[in-house]
Ligand binder design. Structure first.
Ligand SMILES: [Zn+2]
Ligand SMILES: [Zn+2]
Length: 134
């Protein structure tokens, strides 16, 4: 699927900036912050980049990650992702280079909850040292 169709598939109108942001997210193998994207796309308007991320998140094209660094990071969702608890996965945060990676194969474990409790979100971050820093 090309970038335009990936956006259309998530009911997002493909604009030039949206395509640029998507391309960056596809090329990078780690989660990025708004600031990272602003630096990568230095010629694009900052508020447009911010709005693009919000639109992508709303349409479940990307998910946000709170990795404990205090800065929200974003990464692409898998094609079938609905961002439901069963679609969520562990993340890995490198304490050396501060990079955060998705571990999409490590979905969240089934947790026994008290009656009438429901999960809406899971924030599972493993910390350690990544391959680049090891
Ligand atoms: Zn690292
Ligand atoms: Zn992720």
């Amino acid at each position: 699927m090309n970038e335009e169709n990936i956006l259309k598939d998530r009911k997002i109108k493909p604009t030039a900036v949206r395509l640029l942001v998507l391309r960056e997210l596809m090329e990078i193998d780690k989660a990025v912050s708004l600031k990272d994207l602003e630096q990568l796309l230095a010629h694009s308007d900052k508020s447009t980049i911010f709005r693009t991320l919000k639109t992508f998140e709303q349409q479940k094209l990307i998910h946000s990650i709170a990795d404990g660094s205090g800065v929200t990071k974003y990464a692409l969702c898998l094609e079938s992702c609905e961002c439901a608890p069963q679609d969520q996965h562990f993340h890995f945060h490198c304490i050396s280079c501060e990079a955060t990676f998705c571990l999409p194969k490590q979905s969240i474990p089934l947790v026994q909850l008290p009656p009438s409790f429901t999960i809406t979100q899971a924030n599972l971050v493993l910390k350690g040292v990544c391959a680049n820093c090891n």
